[in-house]
Write a protein that binds this ligand. Structure first.
Ligand SMILES: O=C(O)CCC(=O)C(=O)O
Ligand SMILES: [Fe+2]
Length: 280
């Protein structure tokens, strides 16, 4: 399979930029992350997406075994704010990708572009004080977004105020004009919607849902063989989740690939895998 053409800006945001963006995220319920991707590599990547896209009969997508599906999540700047937007803890949580949503509008058919919604319940919103979200969403458009390209609209502040509703036309609405090299970090308790692309071409929005794996002081995650077996042999969704976390045990093809990777690691003589204690 073709290697994704997309490349990343390696330099992290400064501490001041980082702090400002975390505050903006908490205040408004979203923030645009500038210059996450190398701009000149985005068009070649889009051309690859154009080759990969196919119709499922219920909408457009790309093959979920293609590396392009999650490639943008490797960008260092896309990862940088996750811990601080997910948790106030000094023992920083470990961000974990749990969902990928591929929104594609092709040939002018905007029927899959969603109207106003929240993707998450208003967890913890008893009043207007701040509560951290249980997960955050990271979005990429891979294009300079103008009004004609179908920008996402958001109602700033609605992630922390249940009384704000999109039916109230007096409330402010922000239009997200990401550039092709930018990413959008959004709290899914914020009211938001897509809009139709009116110029020719395909509208891509790749959205990654990321949640916080708790980190416990002075301990490492530990899955004994007995638990691995319990996970593989689990007979109910409850047990799959209890023993293995949110993902199903690997399928045969994945096991074969893992087996190969394990052989290589064994040859190298190092530990198969170990969490390091966090540097906080
Ligand atoms: O299409 C958009 O701009 C928003 C997509 C979205 O919110 C979703 O898929 O949940
Ligand atoms: Fe959404």
């Amino acid at each position: 399979m073709e290697t994704p053409a997309l490349e990343f800006v390696d330099e992290l945001y400064t501490q001041d930029e980082h702090k400002r963006m975390v505050s903006e995220f908490q205040e408004k319920g979203y923030v645009v992350l500038p210059d996450v991707l190398k701009r000149e590599t985005v068009d070649p990547f889009r051309e690859q997406l154009d080759q990969l896209v196919f119709d499922t009969g219920r909408g457009w997508t790309i093959p979920h075994d293609s590396p392009h599906y999650i490639h943008a999540t490797y960008a260092p700047r896309a990862r940088q704010l996750l811990q601080d937007t997910l948790s106030h803890s000094q023992a920083k949580p470990r961000p974990c990708l749990h969902t990928t949503i591929v929104v594609i509008q092709k040939d002018g058919d905007a029927s899959y572009i969603p109207d106003w919604h929240k993707d998450r319940e208003p967890d913890g919103m008893a009043g207007k004080e701040y509560h951290y979200p249980l997960d955050v969403f990271l979005g990429f458009y891979f294009e300079d977004i103008t009004d004609e390209h179908g920008p996402t609209l958001v109602m700033p502040g609605s992630h922390r105020d249940n009384t704000m509703l999109p039916t109230n036309k007096a409330l402010p609405v922000d239009t997200i004009y990401c550039r092709k090299q930018d990413a959008l970090l959004i709290d899914q308790r914020t009211w938001h919607r897509g809009t139709a692309r009116t110029v020719e071409g395909t509208r891509y929005l790749f959205v990654y849902g990321i949640y916080a794996m708790p980190f416990f002081y002075a301990t490492v995650a530990h899955m004994p063989i007995a638990q691995q077996r319990a996970w593989i042999n689990a007979s109910s969704p409850g047990d799959i989740l209890f023993y293995g976390g949110p993902f199903a045990p690997p399928d045969r093809q994945t096991l074969e690939e893992l087996g190969h990777a394990l052989d290589e690691k064994e040859k190298a003589g190092g530990p198969v895998f170990m969490y390091r204690r966090s540097m906080y």
